[in-house]
Write a protein that binds this ligand. Structure first.
Ligand code: IPE
Ligand code: IPE
Ligand code: MG
Length: 245
């Protein structure tokens, strides 16, 4: 593998599997601004953003990442224009049809996080098919956050605990975590956000409690495997104290 370089071309430390994040979560932001810079409609930015996915998944697999969570549509994104929301839903369907067979061949297991029951019926169907087709794969776990909100996830977990009749003494951090959308996934080690915004935007509120952050000015459609490797190298160089001295 080529050495990882920082933005000035300096070679960074080589990969160390023991400092590789197991779970990387990405806020794929900046599609609209990318399109605006080119006098294109916002939807063209979303389309360009999809093209980044295959090389990214390849880079994640090569780096030894076990799980990747991609923020694709938030519970707040319904507030965009009807045209943009409809275009995004069509793009999910098109992407599912085009990319799921390819991901399956690469051994990726796809799972979806969010209030899927509020999505259009054809999107729900595509989600079910993708999960079913890839369920036995074990090379890379890819979680797509679709109609996902961190607060909604916590509310849904609390509701299900009440429905299951848990008593107050049974509710602890471990039981709570077991009611999240994907209880099997290791906790998030690294959050990457593109387009320079310094906020969480309702992403994985529980899971990022001790995550490291990597924010880049790069807009999502320009995010490259090299930059992904820089983020991994930056993570590897950090000291995670988790409240210790
Ligand atoms: C992220 O890009 C994609 C989604 C939220 C669906 P944006 O559409 O938020 O792009 P900007 O932030 O307007 O540039
Ligand atoms: C976060 O980006 C959601 C996704 C990337 C899907 P937004 O563009 O919706 O977040 P804000 O509006 O900048 O907080
Ligand atoms: Mg945005």
């Amino acid at each position: 593998m080529d050495p990882v370089r920082d933005s000035r071309g300096q070679v960074l430390a080589p990969f160390d599997p023991k400092n590789t994040p197991r779970h990387v979560a990405i806020i794929m932001d900046g599609n609209g601004r990318w399109a605006k810079q080119r006098w294109l409609p916002r939807v063209a930015g979303h389309r360009a953003g999809v093209a980044v996915l295959t090389p990214l998944l390849e880079a994640a697999g090569e780096a030894g990442v076990e799980a990747l969570t991609l923020y694709a549509f938030s519970t707040e994104n319904w507030s965009r224009s009807e045209y943009e929301v409809d275009s995004l839903m069509s793009l999910f369907l098109e992407t599912a049809r085009g990319k799921v067979p390819e991901l399956n061949e690469r051994g990726a297991r796809l799972r979806f996080l969010g209030r899927r029951w509020c999505l259009p019926e054809d999107v729900q169907e595509a989600i079910r098919e993708a999960e079913e087709l890839t369920r036995d794969n074990d090379k890379l776990d890819v979680y797509v956050a679709l109609n996902y909100g961190g607060r909604a996830e916590l509310v849904d977990a609390a509701r299900r605990m009440i429905e299951d009749g848990l008593s107050p003494s049974e509710v602890n951090e471990a039981t709570f975590a077991s009611y999240l959308y994907a209880p099997e996934v290791p906790e998030v080690d690294l959050v990457i956000r593109t387009s320079g915004e310094l906020r969480v935007s309702n992403f994985l509120l529980w899971q990022i409690a001790y995550a490291e952050f990597y924010v880049t000015e790069t807009l999502w459609p320009d995010f490259s495997p090299e930059e992904f490797r820089r983020a991994i190298a930056s993570f590897a160089a950090r000291s995670r104290r988790r409240g210790g001295a």
